[in-house]
Every structure is written in C-alpha cells, then in structure tokens.
Design a protein around this ligand. Structure first.
Ligand code: GLU
Length: 377
C-alpha cells in the first residue's frame, strides 16, 4: 500500500465495467433503477466517443426475475434462482438494449459459464467473439449463464466472472461498481475509525484479513470476491478499481478522484500475457518453420501454415507450442490456432486452401501474432 498514482480511467483503452445488482435494482420495489442506468449509459457513451472499448458485466437477472415472478424470500433453492434468472435476464437485456440503443450504441448479450472462461478452447472462442464485437463498435453485455449452471460449476458472483473477462480480453482496467466505496483496513460497519485503502500495489495477508466477508442484500459477491477479482486482474497486468456507484455518474466520480480503492499492477496486460505464454504454459508440441516464416515472425508478423514444414507432438487448439527454425533453434512460443491433426493437414499450404482442406473456415494464421512471443537469443 503506497501513494503510487492510480491510472486515469480516460487513458484506458479497454475497460470492463461490472455493475452489481444492488445498484441496478431498487431494493424497495424490486424494479430496475432506470434513472441510474440511464445516467451510467450516458457515461458509457462518453467512453465510446473517446474510442475506449467497453465491456459490461451486468448482474441483476436473479433479483429482477424474483420480483417479476413474485418469488418471496422463502424461494431460495437453486431452481428458484435459475427460474428467476431466466425471467430476469430477458428484462435486463431489453433494458440495456433500449437505453444504449437510444444513444445509437449497439449491444450484444453473452452468457458465460465457469467452463467458458476456465477451459482454454472455449475461452478462445469467447475471446474471439468479444474481440469481433468490440472491433464492430458493439458493447458486449455479459452475465453468468445462471439458468444452466449447476452449483458446482457456477461462479455465483460476477466479480470473479468480470475479472476473468478482463483477463481473457487483455483489458487494462476492471471497474467494480457496487454499494461499497472501496476496501477498508477494518470493517467500517463495526469500526468508526476504519480507513479506506486508496491504492494497493501488492497482496498481503493483512489485505485479505481487511476484506473479511461482507455481503449486500442482492449481490452474491462481498469484499472477499472483489479482492479475489482484483488479484486475478493483477496477475494479468490489469488495474482494478473498487468504487461506490450509488450516486449518478459513478464513472465520472472515479475520474474526479472520488475516494475508492485502486489495485495497480506492475506490468501491462500485454507484457503479462506474453509472460504467461512464454513462461507459464508447458508446450504440448512443436512447429518447425522455414526461413521465410522465421523472417516474418522476426518482423512481428503471424505464423501462417505455408511457413510450417513439420508438426511434432499432439496438441489441441489453444495449446502452447514451441516454434523452431530450420536450424533446430527454438525461436518462439505461441498458442496454436489448430490442433496438431489439423495443423499437419494445412502445413505448407496457403491459408486460402484451409477451408477446402479441413472442411471449415478457421483462422488464416496457425499462430496469430497476439498469441506469439519471440524468445530471446
Ligand atoms: N449473475 C447474477 C445475476 O445476474 C449475479 C451474481 C452477482 O450478484 O454477482 O443475478
């Protein structure tokens, strides 16, 4: 915990904004808090106009669905939550579409399960879909697919889900908006003297203890899940800010330095991802490439199938592989866009022939440059 300067929200090129149920839903009526949502959407428009890419993780389906279906507090079994989520999600999606649509911003819904973010191949699919939407100027609105996720395979809270989304999209900032204005050094409901921690640059046992366990009326996440989310982002090089969102214009308040808690990582998302590819993953196979492809990689381009002369080992799409030059030296590591079986079929061939060779239209690159790290030599 130091006085290190937090990043500026306006400088972030890609942000994930997670909105807790307690902000979206009016506790007294169980209805959507439209005035608040409209004000937030105005802020998203501002970010959009500044060419910042925004991904929303929106809670609220279960709370909204419960009031819509007239469920009282006794109805709290998993199937009640799932039925409520099914009814509430459609209301939630409509509200986002209507309010963003009024400002001519297109919106798309993505419902994820734990497996979509933890299993590498599904992770790559989700990542590609989000990238495609962002490149088309669309704001993705994400929630957990609560209607199908069973207890064992659920996140259950959107804090960690939002962190995984931030990690998978190499976002530079995760904004956790809820009814708490940050992390305190002691429980503020018990201790009047509790101090808000303004910046965090390392995770310590004291921090964990400070987070304790606090829950809000509607949301599933407390401070512990927020801290866990911040930790996931931290190792992905993504900053996290925990901020109160009860007032209108909560993002503006963060830009204006309202008291909140910033978690500031020591490296960028790009550097963290490259580190992960180069150092953490165990390669499952090898691609031996020709001189032309080696030159292309050295000038920062992707690896195309035409430059691959041999495929060694057995791997799946999304697995890490080593890239070796004609002289047998390991020159790069990357994530394969094809399985070893498919890679053997397309090796040495033009990308335009991929569809006729494999029967499906995959990526042009066998390793995209975003998923490739050159090794030092
Ligand atoms: N996915 C849940 C919902 O939409 C919210 C989980 C959470 O509160 O973090 O209701």
């Amino acid at each position: 915990m130091t006085a290190q300067k937090p990043p500026e929200l306006k400088d972030c090129s890609r942000l994930v904004v997670k909105i807790g149920s307690s902000l979206l839903i009016d506790a007294a009526t169980g209805q959507l808090n439209r005035a608040w949502l409209d004000s937030l959407v105005g802020e998203l428009e501002r970010l959009h106009q500044r060419d910042q890419q925004v991904i929303i993780v929106s809670s609220g389906a279960i709370a909204l669905g419960r009031s819509y279906l007239g469920f009282d507090s006794d109805r709290s079994k998993l199937e009640d939550h799932q039925a409520a989520a099914a009814a509430g999600q459609i209301l939630l999606a409509h509200a986002w579409q209507e309010l963003l649509g009024k400002r001519a911003i297109k919106v798309a819904q993505i419902l994820l399960t734990l497996d979509d973010t933890e299993n590498r191949r599904r992770y790559l699919n989700a990542r590609n879909t989000i990238e495609t939407l962002l490149a088309s100027g669309v704001i993705p609105v994400i929630n957990e697919n609560d209607t199908v996720a069973t207890q064992e395979i659920r996140y259950g809270d959107n804090d960690r889900l939002a962190a995984r989304v931030a990690e998978m999209t190499s976002s530079d900032c995760l904004v956790l908006l809820s009814d708490v204005d940050g992390l305190y050094d002691q429980d503020p409901t018990q201790n009047k003297g509790a101090q808000l921690i303004r910046t965090v640059v390392e995770f310590t046992p004291e921090l964990q203890a400070a987070a304790g366990a606090s829950n809000t009326e509607f949301g599933s996440g407390g401070m512990a899940t927020k801290l866990e989310a911040a930790r996931i982002c931290f190792s992905a090089g993504c900053a996290t800010v925990i901020a109160g969102g009860r007032q209108l214009l909560p993002l503006q308040a963060i830009e204006d330095n309202t008291p909140c808690t910033w978690f500031i990582p020591s490296c960028s998302p790009r550097a963290a991802r490259k580190q992960w590819i180069a150092g953490t993953l165990t390669p499952a196979g090898k691609l031996i490439i020709d001189d032309g492809a080696e030159g292309a990689l050295e000038s920062g381009r992707s690896l195309l199938p035409i430059g691959v002369v041999m495929v060694e080992g057995e791997f799946q799409r999304g697995d890490a592989v080593v890239v070796t030059n004609a002289a047998g030296r390991d020159i790069a590591r990357g994530l394969a866009a094809y399985s070893s079986t498919d890679a053997r079929v397309i090796q040495g061939r033009h990308s335009k022939d991929i569809e006729s060779l494999l029967g499906y239209r995959g990526r042009n690159e066998i390793i995209h440059r975003d998923n490739l790290v050159l090794l030092d030599h």
